[in-house]
Design a binder for this molecule. Sequence first.
Ligand code: ZN
Length: 278
Amino acid sequence: MRLEKKHYNNYLNFDKGFTGECGIDEQTEQLGPNCLVLNDLQLEIRLAPFQIDTLLIGSNKIVLLEIKNFEGVHQWGERKLTKESGLSLENPTLQVLKTQTRLEFLLENLDCQMRVEAYVVFINPEFTLFNAPNDAGYILPSQIPDFFRTIQKQLTKPNAEQHKLANTLVNLHDPDYPCKMPEYSFDQLRKGITCPKCGTLAETFKGHFQICANCGQRMNVKRSIKASIEEFRILFPAEKMITSRMLEWCGSGDKACVYRVLKEEYQAIGKNSGRYYV
Ligand SMILES: [Zn+2]
């Protein structure tokens, strides 16, 4: 479906943030045994929610990283970073301070007296920031490799206590934390199978293979049907995969092919028109 502008912008932000976090994962994977790495935690303290991009836990300290994928030239301001175009973004320091404070409260609650250091990591190589104070806790793109080399030397190997702490934090993570998803319903969404390369929806299909009308990719029809059914499961986790529903969901095409995918990839439950798959 077409997203409203605010939802579309939100989606672009999420997508950018996700790409940025993936870039940091490559760095943290190389940190080795001297620290525990936790990613993407959704936590809460005193009913105040907070989200942590990356947490590095050694036995001597905890390092909190807020990852930003901002792009372009920015002027630093205490409350806002402003782009040349005039567009302003909230200074991420405000956010990371709040997150650090909430994490410290939570650690207090867990009887953990470890020190927390917090940094904002700007991951995009095309990010420039003017006039920022040196002590702002920013890691700029050119500083990232050295930052991680230094962290690796500073952190000392976690012991049983830190392993326990990491487990506790993972258990406190709330995977169902409501994110601002746009409302959608089955009827509202366009039906079809998607191109694995560019995501364009093909509303009709036939044969074993077909060519994507947008990018020219050769699509394996069965594989695209399976992917489409998987998308249905993500979008409508509470709904049953009833045969007729799945036929409609995949668009207008060779029904027999959808039947075949359902039969081969899923388990049928029930009979006739009431049959559904799990
Ligand atoms: Zn395509």
